[in-house]
Design a protein. Sequence first.
Length: 162
Amino acid sequence: MTQPKGRKNTAAVCAELAAPIAEKLGVYIWDTVFEKEGAGWYLRYFIDKDADGGVTIDECESFSRAVSDLLDETDPIEQSYCLEVGSPGIERKLTKDWHFQKYMGSAVLIRLIRPVDGQREFCGLLTGFNPETRTAVIELDEESQMEVTLDEAAYIRLSVEI
């Protein structure tokens, strides 16, 4: 079933509802995901802050309590689901335009949906991102780079090593 034009998906609605809570608590929403795993549905908020060390477990708990009350009150999700709140982690997935801008020059790991020359995973430095074409430019080494559209990638995430 296709979504009517202009209508937001469940994750986008839930992210929008929770944004004021995040701001009040001094954190920001990195990503919101609503997905089915096995027989159950999960609403996952990934929150972060720019201060050293990122978010704490106490901040995740405070956000979870506040957003749970808000979700119970507004009831934006028809089926039952499990709410999870956590940090996106050090090897976080880059999915939004601003994620790529924030981590320009950082080491990334790309896993392609279809292999290129028999290889699916590539490591390198994120050196460019075009939001119009949703294309990332990765410097693989001093002599080579690759351009990957987000549609071609299973994921692009930060890497702790090159």
